[in-house]
Ligand binder design. Structure first.
Ligand SMILES: *Cc1c(COP(=O)(O)O)cnc(C)c1O
Length: 387
């Protein structure tokens, strides 16, 4: 019997991605590796709609976030940090580790950072050179309107906007160049459908020029060093990279791009909308009440009548692995990911299993949940054959 890994990273991978990672290695100082890396760079460029280099680090997402902070901040600096959950808090802590001081704007969990509020916050602290934001807050399942936030910022003295895109890139539109973002960090094991172990950092042209003048306190995470070998005649990594993960990533990017970016993103939205309708008719509540800001990549929900942890345990007995709440929401939330190419069979599997759990735990949920989910699924039309 199958197991179902629904945690918001890592997720179940396409078979081709797993196989690609299992092939024999090539040396990391060979033309073959340079070719592989160049091909990945082109695909990442399409995904982000940018021709700037994307530095690939052997690290998880946290390493990529740390890489951003150590290249922009040093002891004595002040920075702006907007948080709407556990990962916003973590980005702040990582930045504080440089010895810089945080000025904080905190948004209640389940709500977004409002552009007007962020803009006001930024105007009040013109001395700060850097603003940290989270795109998709994985602890709550909310998507911050990064594009709108950035365009609301004052033009004069605008800080560098550095975004945690760990759970957004690959799952939803994230176009840093177009949106005026200055730095973006992400990782392999969420929307990029690759095993854990790769971190990614992208910078705007303006940000590259800025960090050129700055000393980086880290040897391993010095972006200038990474860029130097990445944009050379034979693109490479300054240190030994996890070559197998590059093979896997290259194939995962093909899978995402093959369907057409727009279709890929729309199909994630379609799944999340139908899931939300199904969950609500089963009697669950979504943590993010405003539909507009619900994540296409993961859904966080809870029950007001059933013990949420008991539901998770019951799912686990059916070999369905979900994630619980984080921080203050520990034991109060079920989080399921849908970063990957899941569709109606997966949707009916999770909803049907939740129905069974609810019955098992003594509830009497509506049986029309599946019809309602299917109606929403069918309303969300999208073209699936455009390349
Ligand atoms: C998963 C996640 C991280 C942490 O990434 P790791 O790969 O576990 O280090 C950071 N930020 C967000 C938004 C995440 O979803």
């Amino acid at each position: 019997m199958s197991k179902y890994l629904l945690t918001p990273g890592p997720v179940e991978l396409p078979h081709e991605v797993i196989l690609a990672g299992a092939q024999q290695l090539v040396g990391h100082r060979t033309p073959e590796f340079s070719e592989l890396l160049s091909s990945i760079e082109i695909k990442l460029g399409k995904l982000l709609k940018s021709d700037g280099p994307v530095v690939i680090l052997p690290s998880s997402g946290t390493g990529a976030l740390e890489c951003l902070t150590v290249n922009f901040l040093k002891k004595g600096d002040k920075f702006l940090s907007v948080s709407c959950g556990e990962f916003g808090d973590r980005f702040r802590k990582i930045a504080e580790q440089t010895g810089a001081e945080a000025l904080c704007l905190d948004v209640p969990m389940g709500s977004v950072a409002e552009p007007a509020a962020v803009s006001k916050f930024v105007s009040q602290h013109p001395e700060c050179k850097v603003l940290f934001l989270t795109h998709n807050e994985t602890s709550t399942g909310i998507v911050n309107p990064i594009k709108e936030i950035v365009s609301s910022l004052p033009n004069e003295n605008r800080p560098f906007v550095l975004v945690d895109g760990v759970s957004s890139v690959g799952t939803m539109e994230c176009f840093p160049d177009e949106w005026g973002v200055d730095g973006l960090a992400t990782a392999s094991q969420k929307g990029l459908l690759t095993p854990p172990g790769l971190g990614f950092v992208w910078l705007s042209k303006k940000a590259w020029i800025y960090i050129d003048t700055k000393e980086c306190s880290s040897y391993y995470f010095d972006l200038k060093l990474h860029r130097k070998v990445l944009v050379s005649e034979f693109p490479a990594n300054p240190f030994t990279p996890p070559i197998s993960l590059y093979f896997a990533l290259n194939v995962a990017l093909d899978i995402i791009l093959e369907q057409g970016l727009d279709n890929w993103f729309k199909s994630r939205i379609r799944y999340s909308k139908a899931l939300a309708v199904g969950l609500e008719s089963l009697g669950f509540e979504l943590l993010v009440s405003n539909k507009k800001f619900r994540s296409p990549g993961l859904t966080a929900f809870y029950s007001t009548t059933l013990n949420t942890e008991a539901v998770r345990k019951n799912l686990k007995s059916m070999k369905i692995e979900t994630a619980g709440g984080m921080g203050n929401l520990k034991d109060k939330l079920i989080r399921v990911a849908h970063y990957n190419d899941c569709a109606w069979p997966e949707l009916s599997m999770i909803l049907g299993s939740l129905y069974a759990s609810a019955i098992k735990l003594g509830a009497n949920p509506n049986t029309n949940y599946i019809t309602k989910a299917l109606n929403t699924w069918n309303e969300e039309t999208y073209i699936n054959h455009e390349k």
